[in-house]
Design a protein around this ligand. Structure first.
Ligand code: FES
Length: 144
């Protein structure tokens, strides 16, 4: 079985993964490529070294640095376990804030609703979108 996954922050980091897995779940071959800053490339090299043995035993990055969050997304997408909690392109309708802007703010270090609001202006009017911001925060930052 061949598994493929990609993640991308436009103009910043991106990574692609191709894994060939034997019927017994052993990784036969893995190709992990990416571009980005030094921290991201270090994290990429670290993950590359873990792509061996059983596919389901490859550990998810557990940190909350941008590189950890992006590579965790990459692996979860590869495992078909990326169940992002919000589907619409725009998250905050009062301030016209796209979901991608909120998500990227969280990945860049806005780890509380207040910080997300400060960085994006989401949830700074009626507050209806606040539960969705909180759901994305939990989804991005929880450990699995
Ligand atoms: S929908 Fe976000 S503040 Fe109203």
């Amino acid at each position: 079985m061949v598994i493929q996954s990609e993640v991308r922050w436009v103009g910043r980091e991106e990574a692609s993964l191709i894994v060939e897995v034997e019927p017994d779940d052993t990784i036969y071959q893995a190709t992990l490529k990416g571009i980005g800053g030094p921290d991201f490339l270090r994290a990429l090299c670290s993950l590359r070294g873990q792509l061996k043995g059983r596919w389901k035993d490859v550990p998810l990055p557990q940190g909350v640095r941008p590189s950890d969050l992006l590579l965790r997304e990459l692996l979860l997408k590869a495992r078909n376990e990326w169940n992002y909690p919000y589907a619409d392109a725009e998250l905050c309708h009062c301030r016209c804030v796209p979901t991608a802007v909120v998500d990227q703010a969280i990945c860049q270090g806005a780890h509380t609703p207040q910080k997300v609001s400060a960085m994006t202006s989401a949830s700074t009017a009626c507050g209806t979108c606040r539960p969705d911001v909180e759901a994305i925060l939990r989804f991005r930052l929880e450990r699995r």
